[in-house]
Design a protein around this ligand. Structure first.
Ligand code: GDP
Ligand code: GDP
Length: 454
């Protein structure tokens, strides 16, 4: 199925990391029965059931989302590693190696009631070489009497043992605080403007019908407040009720005072468009259905996609579209809209009011996708099937492996793939397309970034 992704390989060229730092990764290691799974459940707060038996998901790279004190991180559960030919100490040491390579911090769990075994010592030996933070957890310390056993674990040379009872939760809050302190900082979740009406930018090249559409929307529907004083100088936004919901159309002053545009150059118009997009959550990109898609339309579209905003395409002046033009337009769309094949299209007429009421549902769909989060468990079980069916292309004789993935951010949804090597842009596009097919992200950009772990 190689041609499947190769077809889109050179469509967009390289894209960068998108400036989105992925959430940090914590690995939990230790020999069997020390309580790793119990501890992982405790860390997750049982927000996500530990999935043991999804076919195609090897237990060695099962990853889960965790949230503590408002910070998200990924927990990598290496618990399912079966001892191979090299025996238990070898297998667990290999598990520790893996954790050190792929995580930002490692929790090593030891059963305090048993004490340090030779296997624990083998793990400790590997972890002592780690440049990443290591937290030694003395588990099954169900009560005070076991604190002496905890102290004995200093012998592992991994610093102070942290006594917890994963089963009863004893000390687990303190442990989570220590884990957060050990993990690298990530930017706080970009929840964007919270509360209040969702923010919409109405954008498009001059004369496409922006002010006509705004008038139609505010005329047909109740303009809740005609203008909102954003500054003392200028009323900037309009609150409009559409389909039973109030929306904030940003920077509508710019649309109403056409004089600004008449005197300004295209450069200033484009600055203003950019500012409107940046201050919105979703953009209605207005196109003139009666005219060929122009360079200027594509520039506006690119601004929306690059700024990571959700997007609805509205083809205006549909009253002027006849059979012939419609046919032409279909052809133009394939080429013109390559960057936004995922955007919903609505054919409207500001003049007649045709289909204008379809805009609100389309805005809602786009924002739902923009806000949506796929759990790490779901993401990885889907991804392992995908990668098994269509592995990343070999590069320089090496087969890059996708180790696991997390959705690091919403608004827009950002997927981080942790890999053992470089992934071609074409393959990332392939992953994005399949991801959309599986999880149904309509109307929102989806970013795929790759973090190579050496
Ligand atoms: P894993 O093989 O390391 O993942 O270990 P599990 O999480 O499956 O736990 C092994 C056994 O130890 C289970 O019977 C758990 O109920 C038990 N266990 C885990 N944590 C604790 C604890 O804090 N105290 C006690 N008393 N038992 C625990
Ligand atoms: P803006 O520069 O994007 O704000 O565009 P305007 O709203 O000022 O519209 C530019 C021109 O297109 C005006 O002459 C409008 O009357 C006309 N226009 C806007 N919408 C429609 C439409 O749906 N159908 C037709 N036939 N003309 C339209």
């Amino acid at each position: 199925d190689e041609s499947d992704w190769a077809a889109v390989a050179d469509e967009f060229g390289e894209d960068g990391d998108g400036g989105n730092a992925p959430q940090p990764v914590l690995a939990v290691v230790g020999r069997p029965n020390v309580g790793k799974s119990t501890l992982v459940n405790r860390i997750l707060g049982r927000r996500e059931a530990v999935v043991q038996d999804i076919p195609g998901v090897t237990r060695d790279r099962v990853a889960y989302d965790a949230l503590w004190s408002g910070r998200r991180f990924t927990v990598l559960d290496t618990g399912g590693w079966e001892p191979g030919l090299e025996g238990l100490p070898g297998a667990i040491a290999a598990q520790a190696e893996y954790a050190m390579t792929h995580a930002d911090a490692v929790v090593v769990v030891v059963d305090a009631t048993v004490g340090a075994t030779s296997t624990d010592e083998a793990v400790a030996k590997v972890l002592r070489r780690s440049k990443k933070p290591v937290i030694l957890v003395a588990n099954k310390v169900d009560d005070e009497r076991l604190l002496a056993d905890t102290a004995a674990l200093w012998s592992l040379g991994l610093g102070e043992p942290f006594p917890v009872s994963a089963l009863h939760g004893r000390n687990s809050g303190d442990l989570l605080d220590a884990i957060l302190a050990a993990l690298p900082e990530t930017p706080k979740e970009n929840f964007g403007p919270t509360g209040g009406p969702r923010r919409v930018a109405l954008v498009g090249k001059p004369n496409v019908g922006k002010s006509s559409l705004l008038n139609r929307l505010t005329g047909e529907n109740r303009a809740v407040v005609d203008s909102v004083a954003g500054t003392t100088v200028d009323p900037v936004d309009s609150l409009v009720e559409l389909d039973g919901q109030v929306w904030r159309f940003v920077d509508t002053a710019g649309l109403r005072k056409r004089v600004n545009f008449a005197s300004g150059t295209e450069y200033y118009a484009s600055l203003r468009t950019k500012a409107a997009i940046e201050s919105a959550e979703v953009a209605i990109v207005l196109l003139d259905a009666a005219e060929p898609i122009a360079e200027q339309d594509l520039r506006v579209l690119s601004m929306v996609v690059d700024s990571g905003r959700a997007c609805v395409l509205a083809f205006n002046k549909w009253d002027l579209v006849d059979e012939e033009r419609r046919h032409q337009l279909d052809k133009e769309l394939d080429r013109g809209l390559v960057r936004v094949p995922w955007a919903e299209r609505v054919n409207v007429s500001a003049l007649t009011g045709r289909s204008v009421r379809k805009l609100a549902p389309a805005l809602r769909t786009a924002l739902d996708s923009w806000d949506k989060r796929v759990s790490t468990g779901q993401l990885n079980s889907w991804l392992s099937d995908l990668v098994a069916a269509t592995p990343p292309p070999v590069r320089g004789g090496k087969q890059p492996k996708i180790l696991f993935a997390t959705q690091a951010q919403t608004r827009p949804p950002t997927i981080v793939l942790f890999t053992s090597g470089f992934l071609e842009a074409g393959y990332r596009r392939f992953v994005e397309r399949k991801f959309r097919e599986e999880f149904g992200f309509v109307g929102s950009p989806v970013r795929i970034s790759v973090r190579v772990r050496e």
